[in-house]
Write a protein that binds this ligand. Structure first.
Ligand code: ZN
Length: 184
């Protein structure tokens, strides 16, 4: 039932800027929604791969309510590379390369936990939306078509800016797409 609650909460929201308890903007609009270098990823498996590619920046948008949030998920290998952590941050300012606030960590590829250090509350829309997205991608891919998943013109694996049409379609640069394809 918790899934359902998160889902409804996300879909019902009708604003795209949120403030935390200190009245700081927690999530604003993506910096340039008109950029032709952004690209939509429609397949849920591809979106999950993208999230875990290493240095991904992506926006999820709910077309029904015009709600959107931009996240960054960075991969870090620990314990002599026996374990992989993913650090999740949310865009919290106008610069979509620099202005991120850390919200939590994905453990073992299947468990997201909000950080105690996070300034953002567990029940804030940005956190709920991320949890909804993550649960959807790993357990309920049939729900993925409720939202749009956009990469933000950077290669999901290495973080370099994308420039050529085929890269914009996939979300990866020409070299990284080969490595990603091999991992499938
Ligand atoms: Zn790359």
């Amino acid at each position: 039932m918790k899934h359902l609650k998160l889902y409804e909460n996300f879909l019902d929201e009708d604003v795209d800027v949120y403030r935390n308890e200190d009245n700081e903007i927690e999530s604003g609009p993506s910096p340039d929604l008109t950029s032709r270098f952004r690209g939509i990823i429609k397949d849920p498996k591809a979106a999950l791969d993208y999230m875990f590619a290493g240095k991904s920046i992506f926006t999820i948008a709910n077309p029904a309510t015009h709600t959107r949030f931009t996240y960054r998920v960075f991969k870090k290998e620990v314990d002599n590379k026996t374990r992989t952590l993913y650090f999740v941050s949310i865009l919290s300012g106008p610069d979509n390369v620099k202005n991120y606030s850390f919200i939590g960590t994905i453990f073992d590829g299947n468990h997201f936990r909000l950080s105690a250090k996070s300034k953002i509350n567990a029940d804030s829309p940005s956190v709920l939306a991320f949890e909804w997205l993550f649960r959807t991608l790993i357990g309920r891919p049939d729900r993925f078509n409720k939202v749009e998943f956009w990469h933000e013109e950077y290669c999901g694996r290495c973080g370099r800016r994308l420039t050529v049409p085929t890269s914009i379609e996939s979300g990866y640069g020409p070299e990284c797409i080969k490595i990603i394809a091999r991992g499938r």
